[in-house]
Write a protein that binds this ligand. Structure first.
Ligand code: AMP
Length: 222
């Protein structure tokens, strides 16, 4: 009898910009090394800062708050997923973002023998999203994330982890955020129904303290 050993589980973190996907993935992977955080936005920002070919292709769309092409994003994600060795639960943050990307993900999962464990939808009331995004700060040196009201560093503007000077993302301005939210509604929200129909959706209301939401996500994953 052939025994299939699944070495990689995949959890999709789904939700609007600012819902806390990156924060949840960072907290979970800090608590348990089985979790690995893969953020398509971080990968793209790194490509832009290193001025790679992918970065040059993505830069304009990112600045406008639009999606980069499915082909470009698929190529980047595929290379990373295929390179992962050992047992892990991969937390996908920002991918898939369209129905087409979900099909691409299904193909990747099939070809590397992984398992799609669950899709966690971090649901946030829309009024809260803009506040959350406008106050976001991150460390360009180590990637640690902060918020001017809810996740404050010990010294204003300075990273607790490495002492780097915190910055806001270029696309975290009110005008671009409104556009990103409309892109989310049009292109990404259809994934909620798709994964609900497949029995994979776990809805988590992300309204309280971050630590409470982390517990809700862990419960949702069983
Ligand atoms: P994020 O950090 O997830 O908010 O992503 C920042 C920006 O990167 C988005 O506004 C898009 O321009 C681009 N991006 C990230 N992930 C994707 C994706 N899966 N598909 C297309 N564009 C993406």
């Amino acid at each position: 009898m052939l025994l299939l050993v699944i070495h990689m589980k995949i959890v999709i973190l789904l939700g609007a910009p600012g819902c806390g996907k990156g924060t949840m993935a960072a907290r979970l992977s800090a608590q348990d090394p089985v979790f690995r955080h893969l953020s398509s936005g971080d990968m793209l920002r790194e490509a832009v800062s290193k001025e790679t070919r992918a970065g040059q292709l993505a830069k304009g769309a990112m600045k406008r708050g639009e999606l980069v092409s499915d082909e470009l994003i698929a190529e980047m994600i595929k290379d990373t997923i295929m390179g992962i060795e050992g047992e892990c639960t991969l937390l996908l943050d920002g991918f898939p973002r369209t129905i087409e990307q979900s099909v691409i993900l299904d193909q990747m999962i099939e070809s590397c023998g992984a398992e799609l464990q669950a899709v966690v939808w971090l649901d946030v009331v829309e009024e809260d999203l803009i506040d959350r995004i406008v106050g976001r700060r991150s460390c360009p040196d180590c990637g640690a994330g902060y918020h001017v009201k809810t996740i404050r560093p010990k010294t204003d503007g300075i990273c607790d982890v490495c002492g780097g000077v915190l910055v806001a993302r270029k696309d975290d301005n009110v005008e671009t955020i409104r556009h990103r939210l409309s892109v989310y509604k049009e292109s990404t929200m259809p994934l909620i129904d798709l994964y609900r129909e497949r029995g994979l959706l776990r809805r988590v209301m992300s309204a309280g303290a971050i630590s409470e939401t982390v517990e809700l996500v862990k419960n949702a994953l069983g």
